[in-house]
Write a protein that binds this ligand. Structure first.
Ligand SMILES: [Zn+2]
Length: 230
């Protein structure tokens, strides 16, 4: 097994997920699934205009090296990313600053569960920011059961007490995937990673088999402007 982002061959445990974190670049299952696309059909060209939210270290480097100056790493809290230069971007307040039809690639993994505003509007505006041939790759934690969505007022301590340390204000549950995300963007009825990538490729990139045919937090949605349903 080999990390398809940095080439590292050693992996360490995450809570309840043995042997999944690349000990060199820190990549996780979802990051490496995204990299399968970005090393393949969705490889950015030099100068491509890219917006990368919550920029993972290895993926950020790969995209910056591939695309050059068109790459922008952004987050609501740039201080969390000492590894790279990150601009502040608040998806709830700054989303209107994105020009329609201006981006070649948008990447956001495990971001939508944190944003404290209407996620469907944010997702729609991100889709509209894509060029006609642009691509968005994204993932959210997907759990068994129902969808819940809750915003509360208060300071950080109040929110930590309410939501716990993850600060997930919404929960994407498999029971309602088509009625939530699936009403904003076209997502597959059933998830099957082996329709796009060979099984030996998935094994080599250390994508555990339980992520191949079930919607999980490692499922990467690949969408274009044509997939915007809202
Ligand atoms: Zn790596």
């Amino acid at each position: 097994m080999r990390c398809n982002i940095c080439g590292g061959t050693a992996f360490v445990d995450m809570p309840k997920r043995p042997n999944v974190r690349c000990s060199t670049c820190g990549s996780l299952e979802r990051t490496r699934v995204a990299a399968l696309y970005l090393n393949g059909q969705d490889r950015p060209t030099q100068g491509a205009r890219i917006l990368h939210f919550a920029p993972e270290r290895g993926l950020s480097r790969l995209l910056r090296e591939t695309a050059g100056t068109g790459y922008r790493a952004v987050d609501i809290d740039p201080g969390l990313y000492p590894h790279t230069s990150v601009e502040r971007f608040d998806l709830c307040r700054d989303i209107g600053s994105l020009d329609v039809g201006s981006l070649d690639l948008i990447v956001h993994n495990h971001v939508l569960e944190h944003i404290e505003c209407n996620y469907s509007v944010v997702l729609t505006r991100l889709m509209r920011a894509l060029k006609p041939e642009g691509v968005m790759l994204f993932s959210v934690p997907i759990l068994p059961g129902a969808f819940t969505d809750e915003l509360i007022a208060g300071d950080r301590a109040t929110k930590l007490a309410h939501f716990g340390p993850s600060l997930h204000v919404r929960r994407f549950g498999r029971d309602h995937l088509q009625e939530t995300l699936g009403m904003v963007v076209r997502i597959p009825e059933r998830y099957d990673l082996t329709e796009r990538f060979a099984e030996d490729q998935l094994v080599e990139a250390n994508i555990p088999q339980h992520h191949w045919r079930t919607f999980t937090g490692a499922s990467i949605f690949r969408v274009t402007r044509q997939d915007l349903l809202a």
